[in-house]
Structures are given as C-alpha cells and as structure tokens.
Design a protein around this ligand. Structure first.
Ligand code: PLP
Length: 474
C-alpha cells in the first residue's frame, strides 16, 4: 500500500510539473534559478518584473517537514502565496490547506482537495462564507469569541469548530495575537456558550505569529492547548484536532536551519508530553512562509537612473525598479520595514559590462515603480554600476509578496510573468520519480525557458497571482 501511495504521489507530481511547464534546472540553488532567468530574459526578451517558482523546492521542503515533524500534517496557508502551481504541487504531495476566504476555499476545491484536508481558518467569517460553507459542506473552521459562535449557530451549525487560543511570540516578524485568539481564562465561557448553542467543538488552534523567533513559545502554546482540550472534554466535547498554526521559517541557511530544527525539536517534545502518540488527536499546522519564502525568486529590471547627492554631500545613485512597495514589496518593506536581499543579474541582451562598471560598488537607493516618495525598496544598497535593462534578483521572495501587490498606478504589479522550474535532486525523496516527458524533452533540447514562460503566461493553471476572478482558480 505504501508503494502504491508513493507511485501515485510521484505520478501526481509529474503531472503538475508537466501542467505548469516546469523546466529541469541543474540545481535548485541561486545559480540554477539565475540560469533559468537568463533563459527567460534572453529567450523572450521580457523587460518587466517576473518570478521564477521552484516547484522542486516546494517538494524538498515538504519532505523535510515530514522527516522532521512526522506527527504534524502541514496545511499550507494559501494566503501567503496563492500561486496555483504551488497549490497544485502541495496537493499532489498530499498536503492540506488553510483557507481564509471563499476564494481560497474555491482554490482548494478547484484542485479537488478533499474537505478533511481543508481548514477554514478565519475566526471572523462573513455572511457569504457561511453561504459557501453550507452549499459546499466545508467541515472545519475556527472561532475565538461569542459573536462568532452565534454566527456559526445561525449560519452553518454543522461546522466542526476549532477554538483559537492566544499564545504569541512578541518578537515574531508579523504579530497576529492582538486581533485573534481567546485568552485561556475565557475558554470555559466560550465552551459553555458553544454547548448552549448546540455546536460541536472538536479542536484547538493557535498561531504564534509569522516568522516566530522564540521557539519556546510553541511549548507554552501546546501546553495551553492541552489545558483547553481538558476543559472541553469536561464540557462533553469530543476533541480530535490540534492545529499548531504557522510561524515557521524554512531551513535555507545556517541561522534559519538552526531556527527550524530547534522549533521542530521543541514541538516534538511538547507533543510527546501533552499529546502523546496514540492519544487519538490529529495534529496539523498551517505553514505559509515555510513553503513559499524560498520557493520563489523575484526579478526586477532597472527602468531608469540618475546621480544624486545626499544632505551630507556624499554622492550616490538612484535606480528605478520595475516593482516596488505598491507591488511585491508591499508587506516586507512597506509594512514590516525589512530590507530585502538582492544580487545583480546582468542582462544577456546588453553588451558585457566594462571592468569599470563591474568593479567598484556604489551606494544606491532603489526606488519602486510608482510616483510616491515613500516607494523605496532599499535606502542603502551597495551595487556595481548598472545599465538600464540590467536586473536585480531578489531571493526568498515567495512569502507575503505577490499576494499583497496592488494595481496602484495601473502598472499591473499583480500580474507579473512567471516561470516554473525544478531540480531532480529536490524530488529524490519521492522515490521512483521519473522525469516527466515534457521536462525531459526540454532538458534534451536545452533550457527552453522562454517557451515555458509563454505557456505560463498563456494561463496554464492561471496566469496571475491575484485573487480577482471567481472561477475557482486563485
Ligand atoms: N494561519 C493563519 C490563521 C494565519 O493568519 C497565517 C498568517 O498570517 C498563517 C497560518 C501562515 O503563517 P506563516 O506564514 O507564519 O506560516
């Protein structure tokens, strides 16, 4: 049975790679991604923002997760990056999905995800959400206050309700505790109200905050969840689900690997103590950043430039990019105040840079592509002299980037081109995996990234990262 399941998974993955025209690259490293981008620029002459999605990285991270936290089933938080190629890949791998809206539920439905692999993890639902849930038999949802319980009772009492409690890391990159999550002291009152309304409470969830830094908070949260479970049992509820939320960072360098493996160790230990194996509780998590961050690389081109002088009399260079804080950098830079990492990709369509252009680094300001003074992607980058048409490559650009892009100024931040790649080494954990015929042919013919980009742009599986259509594809 295990072999049959593995074979089924391998063929599902293979089908996704074919559907999205994913190209095999030598390695999923920055060099492999840069090669794919050069093929894209050189082949199709693209001169605007685009993304390279590494579906092999998605598979690698999924395998790493299962190896590291075998008791915790990952439910990808679609809001982090609703890219259909990522959703399709994770579905093929057997992951579940955390959906926060009807559009995201439709996205899961469009990929035929069964309801037991979906959680509607929005503790404040709209009337339309209840309509959709009623008509489509959505099973699990979260709540954290009396008014939500009343809405559930009136709108769709068949929901299996999961109580979201508050336990957050104050140092997380994105805090979520002020808005959602019940204090433990309010849990008896909420359980009493749920009982009174005739609802079924089946589990407990929490979210420690995205980009959690203090790993011990997971142990506190799991212990608090245990307390809530025991209280719920005393109210006669049949508790079956523990949802440990998000907050995970993928292991991609030494500090992030240390953080991820420490987090996993804390979680495994706390689960063994509070929810030991065989206790009959299904354990899930809602990782978003973990899967998305390193799976996409953003490429912006230099649209213009000028020499400038600071108040201190020091010269520096201004560059205007093809994306900005109204686009992909809206959350990371404009809201969270983080500085993105970047590297240079010389355009293959321009002459090679002169030694002078290449050698010394200049202080630069990177402007986004809008009219606003505040639209600064980086205040103090250090770069060699760039020509208009050269490129900047932003790695780790998959999480909370394109999903938050606006269409301010009509520059279509929301619909950049995209291309899909994978490296076979990333798929080794699938066992018995064969290269899909299309990718093998592409590999034999050289890296035909332009054709794959054209296929992606033509809408294979949806051509944009926006959630604006209502066809069920996201
Ligand atoms: N689950 C819920 C309810 C969220 O609000 C979020 C992010 O905001 C996530 C999961 C994903 O979190 P992360 O990206 O930290 O994994």
């Amino acid at each position: 049975a295990a072999e049959a399941a593995a074979a089924h998974r391998a063929s599902a993955v293979s089908a996704v790679l074919q559907q999205y025209g994913a190209l095999q690259v030598a390695s999923g490293s920055a060099a492999g991604i840069a090669d794919a981008a050069l093929g894209m620029i050189g082949g199709s002459g693209v001169c605007d923002t685009f993304y390279v999605y590494d579906l092999g990285e998605v598979a690698r991270l999924h395998a790493t997760w299962l190896d590291t936290m075998p008791r915790v089933a990952p439910f990808y938080a679609v809001k982090c990056n609703p890219e259909p190629g990522m959703v399709a890949m994770l579905n093929a791998l057997g992951a579940g999905f955390d959906c926060a809206s009807v559009q995201e539920l439709k996205c899961a439905a469009a990929h035929n995800v069964p309801q037991d692999r979906v959680i509607f993890a929005n503790p404040c639902k709209r009337p339309a959400d209840f309509r959709y849930a009623r008509e489509n038999g959505v099973e699990y949802t979260t709540f954290d206050c009396v008014s939500e319980l009343e809405k559930i009772a009136a709108g769709y009492p068949a929901f299996k309700c999961v109580l979201r409690i508050r336990c957050d890391d104050a140092d997380a990159k994105i805090n979520l505790g002020l808005k959602y999550g019940a204090d433990l002291s309010d849990v008896p009152m909420l359980l009493g109200m749920a009982r009174h309304l005739g609802l079924q409470v089946v589990g407990v969830s929490f979210h420690v905050g995205s980009g959690c830094q203090n790993v011990g908070v997971y142990a506190d949260a799991i212990a608090a969840a245990r307390e809530a479970f025991d209280m719920a049992a005393s109210y006669g509820f049949n508790m079956e689900l523990l949802d440990i939320g998000g907050g995970f960072t993928a292991p991609y360098d030494e500090p992030s690997a240390r953080l991820f493996y420490q987090t996993a160790g804390v979680i495994n230990g706390a689960l063994a103590a509070c929810f030991p194996e065989g206790c009959g509780v299904r354990i899930i998590a809602e990782p978003g950043r973990y899967f998305a961050e390193t799976s996409a690389t953003l490429f912006t081109t230099i649209l213009g430039q000028r020499a400038s002088c600071g108040a201190d009399g020091q010269g520096f260079r201004d560059y205007w990019l093809s994306d900005g804080t109204y686009g992909s950098f809206r959350i990371q830079v404009a809201v969270d105040g983080l500085e993105p990492s970047y590297s240079v990709l010389r355009s293959p369509l321009l002459p090679p840079p002169t030694a002078e252009e290449d050698c010394s680094l200049l202080a630069c300001r990177l402007w986004g592509n809008s009219d606003r003074d505040g639209d600064v992607v980086h205040k103090a980058a250090l770069l060699p002299a760039l020509r208009d048409g050269d490129w900047l490559m932003f790695p780790y650009a998959g999480a909370y980037t394109i999903c938050a892009a606006s269409n301010y100024g009509g520059v279509c931040f929301t619909q950049p081109l995209k291309v899909f790649v994978y490296s076979s080494e990333a798929l080794r954990d699938l066992g018995g995996f064969d290269l899909p015929a299309a990718a093998a042919a592409a590999a034999a013919a050289g890296l035909d990234v332009a054709a794959a980009a054209a296929a992606a742009a033509a809408g294979v599986g949806g051509s944009c990262g926006s959630m604006s259509d209502d066809t069920g594809s996201c």
